[in-house]
Design a protein around this ligand. Structure first.
Ligand code: MD3
Ligand code: FE
Length: 200
């Protein structure tokens, strides 16, 4: 499988065939029945434009008390297990025996975006983060470990997988915009991004 390395981010374009993407969407619908998408708010009470949920032992949440991983959804239910097909992708691209603790589920509607940030709430940055894109294209911006400097952007499409390990693990990154309606995977449009993380 083709692998592009850009700024230390390992990108596997089109790693997942369409039938696998459809299988993942069906697995995720079952997850979201147990732990529905919610509208996260930053500790400063600003609403984020994405909707979010998670699977696994821990999910990432944000509220007035800050950013952190929790064993329960904000509405109180436990998170569903990470689907086996998702764990198989993690094993394929990382080669690790250790399974991820969290599969964060981000859903992007027409005008959703995610500003440049670092992922620093996990306990061990030696483990990579793996991202799986489904549905509409998203413009992924890759920055540096220090704030500022040059950035590079790439459109992530449905079935693309990215591995952030090594120095890229602490690099700034974000999603500038999505091309709403560019994919037929999700009948009503939108983009889903899964991120797999070892937390603790
Ligand atoms: C680089 N998600 O959930 S995935 C996030 O498409 C997040 O929803 C974006 O950034 C999305 O935190 C980008 C690519 C990604 C994910 C995690 C990373 C890049 C990363 C962690 C460390 C470095
Ligand atoms: Fe991130």
């Amino acid at each position: 499988m083709q692998k592009i390395i850009q700024k230390g981010f390992e990108i596997y374009p089109g790693l997942l065939p369409r039938s696998d993407q459809q299988g993942l969407v069906s697995d995720l619908r079952a997850c979201l029945q147990q732990a529905p998408l919610f509208a996260p708010r930053t500790p400063g009470a600003k609403p984020m434009s994405i909707r979010m949920s998670a699977a696994g032992r821990l999910g990432w949440v944000t509220d007035q008390r800050g950013y952190r991983y929790e064993p329960r959804h904000p509405d109180g239910m436990g998170w569903p297990p990470i689907p086996a097909a998702v764990l198989a992708i993690w094993a394929q691209v990382t080669g690790l025996d250790r399974q991820p603790d969290c599969c964060l589920i981000n859903w992007y509607g027409q005008s959703a975006r995610m500003g440049l940030h670092q992922d620093k709430d996990e306990g061990d940055f030696a483990f990579p983060v793996v991202s799986i894109s489904l549905g509409d294209d998203g413009l992924f911006r890759m920055g540096n470990v220090e704030r500022g400097g040059k950035t590079e952007s790439i459109w992530l499409g449905s079935g693309d997988v990215v591995v952030m390990g090594g120095a890229a693990r602490l690099a700034y990154h974000g999603i500038d915009r999505i091309r709403f309606g560019s994919s037929t995977l999700l009948p009503k449009g939108g983009r889903i991004n899964l991120t797999l993380r070892v937390v603790r």
